[in-house]
Write a protein that binds this ligand. Structure first.
Ligand code: 5GP
Length: 117
């Protein structure tokens, strides 16, 4: 897997160079099924602009971040999981981030526990 932010697997999915099971797309973002799901429903919602980590976002990304958050509920309704789901952002290798293109994990379909591991 490349560590170049502009050349992650997610950039390849956006460019249709890698296949993905896409469940939602608009001009700002794209949402697809995680290749290694940790729950019956495990989606990844990503901006088309590559921001490596959430902590790399700046004030100029505010609209984009708001767009992503506002689409979570829309996608959850489309997927029939709006009753109960979890949204996770891993920021940095120490927090288990492996793909350095900002993504929201949307996880549902099984019992959740708290605190997370
Ligand atoms: P992270 O650990 O960075 O928060 O999450 C990265 C996620 O991307 C993981 O859940 C992993 O399974 C998923 N992933 C990695 N490569 C691919 C891929 O090529 N296609 C899809 N659909 N998901 C991927």
């Amino acid at each position: 897997m490349s560590d170049k932010p502009s050349d992650t697997v997610f950039s390849k999915i956006i460019r249709r160079e890698l296949p993905a099971d896409i469940v939602y797309e608009d001009e700002i973002c794209i949402c697809f099924k995680d290749i290694m799901p940790v729950a019956p429903v495990h989606l990844l919602l990503i901006p088309k602009k590559c921001i490596p980590r959430l902590s790399d976002a700046t004030a100029s990304d505010s609209e984009l971040l708001g767009h992503l958050m506002s689409k979570v509920g829309v996608i959850a309704k489309l997927q029939g999981i709006d009753d109960a789901f979890r949204v996770v952002v891993n920021n940095g290798a120490g927090a288990c981030q492996t793909v350095f293109h900002l993504h929201l994990h949307i996880i549902a379909g099984r019992a959740m526990s708290w605190p997370p591991g």
